[in-house]
Design a protein around this ligand. Structure first.
Ligand SMILES: [Zn+2]
Length: 243
């Protein structure tokens, strides 16, 4: 979609020849060292992450442009990056570490669905002595199957992926198994999960269920979504959320 197409759809003015929407779906913004960006720049990502568009304001008017993307952020545990190695060689003070980690604000992290702690690569892993656990082809086949299940469920809707379904629709139209949300609701009551966070956990739980071939999320699927979000291992209540 170019600017003139956007104009035909109304309520949008071309205010600068330098400003053009980039609709390349393959774009994957990624940051190797996210906390090195200013907090203001990082927080500017909140709007497009939530709504799938950005609004650019210039003196002549405003332009709304599509900005649906997959964001990957990476961060070291401290400015020098050695804090994870049992503190070996790390001379960062606790204040420096806190300040560095605080650059990724709570509201930004609230929009990050999957958080993975990555250990340093060992020499054996680097030389490939252990081999890969699973081939890319078999993972791709599993992802393809999950996408087909989601597409079939969403066939009569404007959405194709679980990540596109609005929170309200997600909560009212497609229900997980009975009791499956108990742990997530407990997290909400304890202030560990926001309402937005619950919607995001639900979307990931549907994807986990699609990958596992479940008709709808079980308690174990929601527990896995919570674990992926927080990095904290979750127990699954016995008998909860059975089909
Ligand atoms: Zn350090």
């Amino acid at each position: 979609m170019n600017t003139s197409t956007l104009q035909r759809h109304g309520h949008i003015r071309d205010v600068s020849p330098q400003v053009r929407p980039n609709t390349d779906a393959s774009v994957l913004p990624k940051s190797k060292e996210a906390p090195e960006f200013s907090g203001r720049a990082l927080d500017a990502l909140r709007q497009p992450l939530e709504s799938g568009h950005v609004v650019v304001a210039r003196s002549g008017g405003m332009m709304r442009m599509p900005a649906r993307f997959l964001l990957m952020l990476a961060a070291n545990p401290c400015p020098c990056g050695r804090h994870a190695l049992m503190g070996e060689g790390c001379e960062c003070t606790p204040v420096m570490v806190r300040r560095y980690q605080a650059r990724l604000s709570g509201p930004l992290l609230d929009r990050v669905d999957l958080r993975v702690h990555v250990e340093a690569v060992t020499r054996a892993e680097l030389t490939g002595a252990h081999g890969l656990a699973e081939s890319t082809a078999s993972v791709a086949a599993r992802v393809h199957g999950a996408r087909e299940r989601a597409a079939a469920r969403l066939a009569d809707t404007p959405w194709r992926l679980n990540s596109e379904v609005p929170g309200h629709e997600l909560r009212t139209r497609w229900q997980p198994c009975s009791g499956a949300l108990r742990e997530a609701e407990r997290d909400m009551e304890r202030g560990l999960l926001t309402a937005r966070g619950l919607d995001r956990v639900l979307r990931v739980a549907w994807t986990v269920a699609d990958l596992a071939g479940h008709d709808r999320p079980l308690a174990s699927d929601v527990a896995q979504a919570l674990q992926l979000r927080t990095g904290v291992r979750r127990g699954v209540p016995v008998g909860a959320g059975e089909r």
